[in-house]
Design a protein around this ligand. Sequence first.
Ligand SMILES: C/C(=C\C(=O)SCCNC(=O)CCNC(=O)[C@H](O)C(C)(C)COP(=O)(O)OP(=O)(O)OC[C@H]1O[C@@H](n2cnc3c(N)ncnc32)[C@H](O)[C@@H]1OP(=O)(O)O)CC(=O)O
Length: 258
Amino acid sequence: MTNAVLTRVENRIGFIKLNRPEKRNALGPELISSLHQAFKEMDQNSEVKVIVLEAEGKAFCAGADLAYLQELQGNSYSKNLEDSLHLKDLLTLIYNMPKVVIAKVQGHALAGGCGLVTVCDFAFSVPNALFGYTEVRIGFVPALVSVFLSEQIGIAKTQELLLSGELISAAKAAELGLITEVCHDEFLEKGVMDFATKLIAQNSGFSMSATKTLLRSLNRDAREKSLLHASEVNAKSRSHEDCIKGISAFLNKTNPSW
Ligand SMILES: C/C(=C\C(=O)SCCNC(=O)CCNC(=O)[C@H](O)C(C)(C)COP(=O)(O)OP(=O)(O)OC[C@H]1O[C@@H](n2cnc3c(N)ncnc32)[C@H](O)[C@@H]1OP(=O)(O)O)CC(=O)O
């Protein structure tokens, strides 16, 4: 594994840290592969009962790596699909992880980065964290995230967030059920640790895992089908001129005009 992701295990808690702060932890292929490997390792480690997903730096995660996606432009649909399935497999792995996963969020969690929060079982954040499915602002389709988010908060609220692309505060995210709790800055670490420690001390690992597996079995076939379709939509939308414009505008620090 590269140092795009850092891992450690303490007191039966497995910590997985996104470590690409200079690019706001944007999900490039290396980071996605490293996260995949880290989650698999934590799953197989019998010492680990609860997993915490955290991030280095100012932002939790700025979503898909737009510089990398720009490099992929002009590539075949099948290469784009392969790439999109890579992210789908990561989100699905986290979502289906038999162990409880808690996200610890500071700064921005945007687009695919907000999707990462969505596939965790619990999320704690500081008050000034910002959440948003901002794909539509850069000519993308929030395809993969739509599947998980609609399961989590219902179709009406999902539609509101995905079509507006608005950033929402931590308080609003908690109100919508997107995150579990907002903690004052200095208590975020303690809030997450206390919660994880309580789960470990109080609950049977077997029961939590069996409950989660049962919950994930609900609508599994429909979800898998939707995720495959979403990956195809994602791959196709990358060659749309709006997406090409949106990526280029972001990287050139300008605003796209549609
Ligand atoms: C999963 C699916 C789709 C997606 O996820 S599409 C991705 C959409 N994401 C965005 O539009 C977010 C883009 N980032 C930002 O808006 C901002 O960076 C920020 C997160 C609000 C942080 O702002 P801040 O001012 O703190 O930092 P900078 O903007 O100066 O960024 C620093 C540095 O990092 C680079 N960077 C940031 N985000 C990305 C990114 N997503 N990809 C690549 N690079 C990124 C930025 O370019 C800067 O680099 P420099 O070299 O230093 O200029 C599809 C689905 O849902 O299905």
